[in-house]
Write a protein that binds this ligand. Structure first.
Ligand SMILES: [Zn+2]
Length: 481
């Protein structure tokens, strides 16, 4: 090969790996992710969700981890979902830019990014609604409504099963069951769209701890619940059991953003045609409870919290839903620190492994009482252990009593102090004693004889919740009414 050829090829590879701030179409989106993977093959993986969009566009995800493709105990999983509303496009480009940045900084030996990738498994889904993006882009990229929905004219952020109604009903009846509520759903209000189904299966398959959905049209970090308890359409604060933690998660983004939390900035214009401005969320720190703003049913955020272990917030990234390409790089600089800081919040609170003499216990329940003040306050939202018996319980600084329980075992409680400024969650492991001899547990013994005899961990390939969801998704796709 001539020197010219080598130089030319080297030049080409440099050019092709240069990330450009522009609006990437659906084919370019895939190419960008694949190029990043080629640049950082050891710490990335590109995969598509189980189902494509209505118009058959695959929903691509790029994953960053030092063990791509595998969940590891003690390593929390985080996701960002962009472009749920097809005409809200900033999140889509920011996630592509974030992927490029993580890869480059990893290669540049940036210690912060290396630590983040070694300790966290990060999944980025730049576009949940590629069909809406296409329509919005083809019709001038200006309209505040066209392209919002998917190709069946369904708003994907209203299409998730309404689990708020179930948890509110359980609250009224004094029923303590407060998590993984999908199996308590008896019917769907509307058929699930393919994009919704794909994301639901993803949520159930990966033990996510922390998540954010990226939207546009205002500048605020919105946290659960999105749905009001009374049915009021606006202005009713709808606190979840984890209100303190959610406020802190939302504030983390707002305060690390260039001006989301700035009380002096102006609010967004009410609409394209109306130059008057709406409320400036900067006056309340750049955050809002969802229902205190306006109530919505079937959103992804509340579904995440009530169907899985993931704590999810909704980020409104700016007044313009479809900002011009020349503003994208500036927006990246305004959001970069916030995007990174938010991911690092997967490392607050406590984490650990629940096991018995023979191995890990999957689906053990972790319940928490806040004992910081004079009166103990139970946080009525339990999390469960993943395939390696591992759990992640995001908490604000304070004192807590944490209890691990599982049918067939004596529950164990431990007291823990969650410090300020955590870079890694406090580790709190639990060893449970069975209430009966393990010889009685014949079915388990029969299924995993070598595992028990050799003291090897009991590893289940798929979680019970995933199995339940798949059953649910397969059987109940059409509403009964
Ligand atoms: Zn939106």
């Amino acid at each position: 090969m001539s020197l010219f050829k080598i130089t030319f090829l080297a030049f080409l590879s440099v050019v092709s790996s240069e990330f450009l701030w522009k609006h990437h179409n659906n084919e370019e989106l895939q190419l960008v992710l694949e190029e990043i993977h080629e640049k950082c093959p050891n710490v990335t993986r590109v995969y598509a969700l189980t189902e494509p969009s209505v118009r058959n566009v695959p929903l691509y995800v790029i994953e960053f981890s030092d063990s791509p493709g595998f969940h590891q105990p003690y390593k929390p999983e985080v996701k960002y979902v962009g472009n749920i509303h097809g005409n809200e496009v900033l999140g889509r480009e920011l996630l592509l830019g974030l992927a490029d940045y993580l890869c480059n900084q990893y290669l540049n030996h940036d210690r912060r990014i290396r630590t983040l990738i070694h300790n966290t498994r990060i999944h980025l889904l730049p576009a949940m609604n590629p069909d809406g993006w296409q329509l919005s882009t083809d019709t001038g990229a200006q309209d505040y409504l066209i392209g919002r929905n998917n190709n069946h004219s369904v708003d994907l952020n209203r299409n998730f099963p309404d689990l708020d109604a179930i948890t509110f009903e359980f609250e009224r009846q004094g029923i303590s069951h407060n998590n993984h509520l999908l199996k308590d759903l008896t019917r769907l209000a509307a058929p699930l769209e393919p994009e919704t189904r794909a994301v639901m299966r993803w949520m159930m398959a990966v033990p996510f701890v922390l998540s954010a959905a990226l939207h546009g049209g205002d500048l605020v970090a919105n946290y659960p619940y999105d749905e009001s308890r009374s049915g009021a359409p606006v202005s009713e604060y709808s606190a979840s059991p984890d209100d303190d933690t959610f406020r802190e998660l939302a504030m983390t983004y707002a305060e690390a953003h260039a001006d989301m939390a700035d009380p002096k900035r102006t609010g967004c214009p009410v609409s394209n045609t109306d130059s008057s401005t709406s409320y400036n969320f900067g006056k309340q720190g750049g955050v809002t409870n969802g229902a205190a703003w306006y109530s919505l049913k079937g959103g992804m955020q509340d579904f995440s919290y009530l169907a899985t272990n993931a704590f999810e917030v909704t980020l409104e990234l700016g007044c313009k839903k479809y900002p011009p390409a020349e503003e994208l790089e500036r927006e990246w600089h305004r959001n970069r620190e916030a995007l990174l800081e938010f991911i690092s919040k997967a490392h607050v609170g406590v984490k650990g492994i629940v096991s018995d003499d023979s191995g890990f216990i999957q689906n053990a329940i972790i319940s928490v009482v806040n004992i910081t003040g004079p009166v103990p306050r139970p946080i009525r939202h339990d999390v469960t252990t993943a395939a390696y018996g591992d759990y992640y319980r995001l908490l604000t600084p304070g004192h807590y009593e944490v209890t691990a329980s599982h049918p067939g075992y004596f529950p164990v409680s431990r007291v823990v102090t969650v410090p300020h400024h955590q870079t890694v969650a406090k580790i709190l492991n639990f060893k449970l004693e069975p209430t009966t001899s393990w010889f009685d547990d014949y079915t388990t013994f029969g299924l995993y004889p070598y595992g028990l005899r050799d003291g090897q961990p009991r590893i289940y390939k798929r979680s019970i919740y995933e199995q339940v969801t798949n059953m649910f998704l397969d059987k109940k796709e059409t509403p009964k009414q």
